[in-house]
Write a protein that binds this ligand. Structure first.
Ligand SMILES: Nc1ncnc2c1ncn2[C@@H]1O[C@H](COP(=O)(O)OP(=O)(O)OP(=O)(O)O)[C@@H](O)[C@H]1O
Ligand SMILES: [Mg+2]
Length: 370
């Protein structure tokens, strides 16, 4: 099966900075693909490479199996929606949406029909005669999306399309985008630095950092099985405890940490190897005394935050903050400064052995340069 997009060893440097560093990945036809990562990690540059707005220094970009590396933007079956949606201020909503079709010399009848259908899709039919300044931010963004969809691209690239909107509106448009995707079944490539949006929307998530891919997996897997410390920290809340492997053999590894020793089955490690224990706050057990779990520690509650629906506790265990999340309001037995016990089951702990792909890469480069 051919992929909607195939990025094959693509690099892009700006001066000496590798904005995108020898990256390879595929996007499947019709999928909702999310690109996340901190500011400056190379997300926008990746989209611009896909759109043909920047040329790679090396590597190839295939679309539906054909090499598009040197094909100009307007000949690619791709539309892009930007964070600053940049509508034409002097044109009406209708004319803004019609613009791409007029550029392609579509017949008048087709333009009328397609613009009408697309405005309906983004729920903006009533606003066809308004100017952008007469619209709210969310409405302007819907027009931006309509403008990209009207030309019926195979692939739509969205660069932080909800970035300028307030939280409630983000949630609403997020739901609408998801519906549009289900309805149209075209390929969505969605960039955000907001991992919550990626969790809500993405079928697969690609985590970028320093121009590298740290992990590309199904959304749930990126959350439950992060492949390194960077991803574990970047996606969701986490507990991470550094340790080193003390004995490894007989299929068992003992890891020494400031919280004590932990024993794990399987995996192959070297003695004294640096590793990190990781588990999610929802897997931390918390009780006023003797928490259950294979490992339990005494600590002091240093912070409690509640939304009513869920409550997050931070417990200081010998200087290490351990996070726990429970549904509902705070437990009256567990107040701030209370002495508590926190626990975790062995099978909820993931043993990570890599800080990040980027960092490991740098370590290798440093060694090579020495
Ligand atoms: N045209 C350019 N000229 C020089 N440097 C650039 C250019 N475009 C991007 N960069 C640099 O490349 C790196 C990656 O930028 P990019 O815009 O892809 O990041 P991003 O992941 O989209 O970040 P953000 O979340 O802030 O939008 C950054 O360090 C940026 O400063
Ligand atoms: Mg960007």
């Amino acid at each position: 099966m051919t992929h909607a997009v195939e990025v094959d060893g693509v690099s892009k440097k700006f001066g000496s900075l590798a904005a995108v560093n020898n990256v390879s990945f595929n996007i499947e036809s019709g999928e909702f693909f999310c690109l996340i990562g901190p500011s400056g990690s190379g997300k926008t540059t990746t989209l611009r490479l896909l759109a043909g707005l920047v040329q790679p220094d090396s590597g190839r970009i295939l679309i539906h199996g054909d090499d598009y590396t040197h094909v100009p933007t307007f000949k690619r079956p791709i539309s892009m929606v930007f964070q600053t949606w940049a509508l034409f201020p002097h044109l009406t909503v209708f004319d803004n949406v019609a613009f791409g079709l007029r550029m392609r010399n579509a017949p008048r009848q087709t333009i009328q029909e397609e613009v009408r259908k697309t405005l309906e899709l983004v729920r903006m039919s009533e606003y066809a005669n308004r100017k952008p300044r007469e619209l709210s931010g969310g409405q302007q963004q819907r027009v931006g999306i309509a403008r990209a969809l009207v030309v019926r691209p195979d692939i739509i690239l969205l660069d932080e399309p909800l970035g300028n909107l307030d939280f409630k509106l983000q949630l609403q448009l997020q739901e609408e985008l998801s519906q549009m995707h289900r309805q149209l079944r075209i390929t969505f490539v969605y960039v955000t630095h907001d991992q919550r949006q990626a969790m809500a929307l993405g079928e697969r998530v690609c985590v970028m950092n320093n121009g590298n891919i740290e992990q590309l997996d199904e959304t749930a897997k990126v959350y439950s099985k992060p492949s390194n410390v960077f991803v574990a920290r970047f996606v969701g809340e986490s507990n991470i405890v550094e340790g080193s492997v003390k004995s490894s053999g007989g299929g068992k590894n003992t890891v020494e940490t400031v919280l004590g020793s932990f024993v794990f089955d399987g995996g192959s490690f070297q003695r004294e190897q640096r590793v990190w224990l990781f588990w999610r706050p929802e897997n931390t057990l918390i009780a006023s005394e003797s928490a259950s779990g294979d490992y339990a520690f005494e600590g002091v509650v240093s912070a409690i935050e509640t939304s009513g629906q869920v409550t997050q506790y931070v417990v200081d265990v010998g200087g290490i903050p351990i996070r726990a999340v429970k549904t509902g309001l705070p437990d009256p037995e567990i107040g701030e400064k209370a002495k508590v016990s926190v626990g975790v089951k062995r099978d909820q702990i993931l043993l990570l052995d890599t800080p990040s792909v980027s960092e490991t890469g740098q370590v290798e480069r440093a060694v090579l340069g020495a």
